[in-house]
Design a protein. Structure first.
Length: 255
């Protein structure tokens, strides 16, 4: 089984692939203070009942966690072939930005997976700590995109700064016109972010010549917004993990 690990700023997504199929996935919180031994205990608990891990692929936007991940793998999985997405790793994705080094590896994985599954040009909308719009060219290159504050960050900031407002469950309200504070917050969040997505996707599509193969929603909160969006055409929650599986196959793992 191939173990894929996507370390994000808020959550870490973990997937086990049996050949090309995602057999099972987990989501845990990302803690930059976790040590290699603590990470190993977490993984051993999650994977205790699963088949043996025969390969590992990792991408991370949190350097402190990636450092401890390396230590964990060296100590507890020393014989398992491992691919860590970093400079020198073959991805097949060209990065057409002013400074390719500042592009998160998760965005490269999203580009690779989206192009493989849907072709290009395409747009990936990744709902995470930030809402990322990743633009995939017709040749499968990462062209750039847009970044906006994520849904949870926005809700938490509003609750923290407004005395009479609070965090609410992120579900579709009865109507756009909220009849109470909870529904008003839900309306502003769900429909507001759907409108943001549609507006940016439409502008990006215009710059791409007027049409795209797919607009793919991914990330932990994608299910909240995708049903209310006019422009999202596909939903793949495991897009980054699929990218990690693909990049593992492209590289000769280090045993």
């Amino acid at each position: 089984m191939l173990l894929t690990i996507d370390v994000g700023n808020t959550n870490t997504d973990i997937g086990l692939f049996e050949r090309d199929e995602l057999a099972i996935s987990y989501r845990i919180k990302t803690d930059p203070r976790s040590t290699a031994d603590e990470i190993a205990l977490t993984f051993r608990g999650l994977l205790a009942d699963d088949p043996e891990v025969t390969g590992v692929a990792i991408c991370s936007t949190v350097p402190a966690v990636l450092r401890e991940m390396r230590s964990m793998l060296n100590r507890y999985y020393p014989e398992v072939p491992t691919v860590i997405v970093e400079p020198g790793i073959r991805t097949g994705v060209g990065v057409l930005t002013d400074n390719p080094k500042e592009v998160g590896t998760d965005r490269i994985m999203n580009t690779l997976a989206a192009y493989t599954l849907y072709g290009g040009p395409s747009i990936v909308v990744d709902f995470g700590t930030s809402t990322n719009f990743d633009v995939v060219s017709k040749n499968g290159d990462f062209m750039g995109g847009a970044l906006a504050a994520g849904i949870e960050i926005s809700v938490e900031a509003l609750a923290a700064r407004a005395a009479q407002l609070r965090k609410v469950e992120l579900v579709r309200p009865r109507s756009v016109i909220g009849k109470n504070t909870v529904e008003a917050l839900q309306s502003g969040t769900v429909y507001g972010f759907a409108g943001q997505v549609d507006g940016l996707v439409e502008r990006i599509t215009q710059e791409l010549g007027g049409s795209v193969n797919a607009v793919v929603a991914t990330g932990g909160l994608s299910k909240v917004v995708r049903a209310e969006s006019r422009t999202i055409t596909a939903h793949e929650p495991a897009l980054t993990l699929i990218g990690l599986r693909l990049v593992f196959d492209k590289n000769e793992p280090n045993a």
